[in-house]
Design a protein around this ligand. Sequence first.
Ligand code: MZP
Length: 497
Amino acid sequence: AQIIAEVSRTFNEFLLLPNRTRIDCSSATVDLRTPLVRHIDGEASAIELHSPFTSAIMQAVSTPELAIALARNGGLSFLHHNQPVHDQVAAVREVKNFKAGFVTSDTNVRPGDSLGALVDIMRRTGHSTAAVTHDGTATGRLLGLVTSRDFHPERHDLAEPVGGRMTAIADLPTVGPDTTLSEANARLWDERLDCLPVVDADGRLQHLVFRSDYTDNKRFPHQVVDAAKRLRVGAGINTHDYQERVPALVEAGADALCFDSSDGYSDWQAEALTWVKKHYPEIPVGGGNVVDGEAFTFLAEAGADFVKVGVGGGSICITRDQKGIGRGQASAVLDVAAARDAFRERTGAYVPICSDGGLVHDYHVALALAMGADFVMMGRYFARFDQAAGAKVPTRDGFVKEYWGEGSNRARNWQRYGQGGQGLLFEEGVDGYVPYAGDLDEGLALTVAKLRTTMVSCGSATLPEFRSTARLTLVSDQSFQESHANVTLRDAPATHS
Ligand code: MZP
């Protein structure tokens, strides 16, 4: 056997050194855009994420509801494939049919209308936001907005702000029709708003612009909210039924596909990638998972549009215990990032990489991106939110959410964990709980804020700059101890763990 000289390292073994903080670089101006798919080096990727977060291809994680919430925050979900094709297609359609828009005459509500009626209207029309007008008509005076996030199970009417969160239009900051999207985007993020009213010179409301409306730097008049704008969504696929699943997902409008395998360095995956690229050249398709440069190059040459990195590091994963296979996630990302850069030098094609699994603290996201990942994929992180599939279970101290691995008996995902074509012979994942963390919008906003301020400390205004200028240091056991608080805590700070 060949022994690789380098030790297999995890994120906990590294810290970032601060670089010079620049006057022109603040957390409001940090640009988190990142390419999702293969493109010619120096040109734009056909799909760019506004924020480098994707949710795991897992039953416990990526529901249509979570996909909608994540897409509205600039990230992307991959809906799982461990379900019949027609069910996955229905999930894709649910996201694509979602309208984050201004409601029209027949969908408005008035104070005092029942919550049940409002929910019915939203379900029927596919809207996430309803306008509350004083008489329930489109021409009535606009009192406020109610989003689907505002529903509070104990309140049954809209006479009072629902759950205390109905937004009065008059309280929202407004922008004029000449505001650029990037200016408005910065305001939305800074002020943590869902939408901005656009008013004309006389202060008359023209329309509302939502976070999900940003596509480029055009001016608002080109970005009308009643337009057929649809959120992006990805879908997982496997090397068994792809010839049936891929056509159905493409037809349903999936924006990107990803082969989901615990070991992507395989002839099966190369063969399946070749088939998809031949029959559906327009749909981007990712490959993985891999942990070294050789495997990355194999998939990139087979046509993968992005490659996922990570074996055995997932929070629910016991592959290393069961099969002795895997690699510390930091070493894997560093090695694959070097291979991606070499592939770009050799071919002129940039194939993005995704650090998948094992991100336990918010700062691990920054480390993964600094080490070369173009975006990250997380399961445990998203499983904690309301929008994820797992049941919310009360405990003595609060709530937890169910979270189970795709290699667990509960998931029975034999397509991902092919064990010699004989189904799932032994478990490679566990079934457990994660701390409940509330609404995705609020949790993700906090993680994004930490990422932005870390990048500012490292003097980086963009992710490519962060990758190329970040300086990392290995930590000793002693310095790891020193990193933590050394007092008795009243309250543990939230770090996403
Ligand atoms: P984490 O974010 O929970 O640490 O890891 C999520 C990742 O673990 C998934 O995206 C997937 O690659 C991997 N995974 C999913 N199920 C299992 C398992 O049952 C697993 N072993 O390792």
